[in-house]
Write a protein that binds this ligand. Structure first.
Ligand code: GRF
Length: 209
């Protein structure tokens, strides 16, 4: 399975997936990393690993139509697109062309703490302020509306009254690192489909933490 990975930031999720591809012989090949920030940690890691980095941003393509076309062209030939901390809205044409083939990871239990403005540390600050005792991560398909695509897999983590937003973030990131590569592997092994009424069916690998 050929994947394209979109990253804007540090890229720890991408790094984890790529390390697992190398160490566990996943049937997955990273064709390229696409970023809107050529200096981000994810791009630096990709270059070190000899993975092609495609920089597509409003700096490289100031017209929206040119930007959209560049993203579409970049994805030609891949089977799956992974959003691993990508902070820019995707072109609508990409979302319709790659229906059920774009997967995002969100650092909370959707549909709570998602949507416009819920990104990065803002998610964990909101979770902290709400005083909820469980947070987690959600891996889901991408549709036209932020964080509302069908859920593929979730896992939760307990939050104590002593946890700071940063502590919550660290707990959630650990879960993300544990599960994201497994979902990518699961997809490559045909463990993800929809049943006749359109509901997502997914069998997780469940590797031990
Ligand atoms: C993760 O928390 C992910 O859920 C969110 O962006 C963050 C990316 O972190 N979409 P990293 O760049 O993989 O470290």
């Amino acid at each position: 399975m050929k994947i394209g990975v979109f990253v804007s930031g540090g890229g720890s999720n991408f790094t984890k997936i790529h390390e697992k591809i190398l160490s566990s012989n996943l049937h997955v090949e990273v064709e390229f990393l696409l970023t809107n920030n050529s200096k981000c940690g994810g791009a630096a890691y990709a270059r070190l690993q000899g993975i092609e980095v495609k920089h597509v941003s409003s700096k490289t393509h100031s017209e929206a139509s040119a930007y959209n076309q560049a993203v579409l062209d970049a994805c030609e030939g891949v089977d799956l697109i992974i959003l691993a901390g990508f902070m820019k809205k995707l072109p609508g044409e990409l979302i319709s062309k790659f229906k059920d083939k774009i997967v995002n990871i969100h650092p909370a239990l959707l549909p709570s703490f998602g949507g416009h403005g819920f990104y990065g540390s803002k998610v964990h600050e909101a979770v902290f302020k709400a005083g909820v005792r469980i947070s987690g991560m959600t891996i889901h398909f991408v549709n036209e509306v932020y964080d509302t695509g069908d859920i593929i897999y979730q896992d939760s983590v307990q939050i104590s009254g002593e946890d700071s937003p940063a502590d919550i973030g660290a707990k959630v990131l650990k879960l993300e690192h544990h599960h994201f590569w497994q979902v990518v592997q699961g997809i490559s092994l045909g463990k993800l489909s929809r049943n006749t009424d359109g509901r997502v069916v997914y069998q997780h690998l469940h590797q031990a933490l």
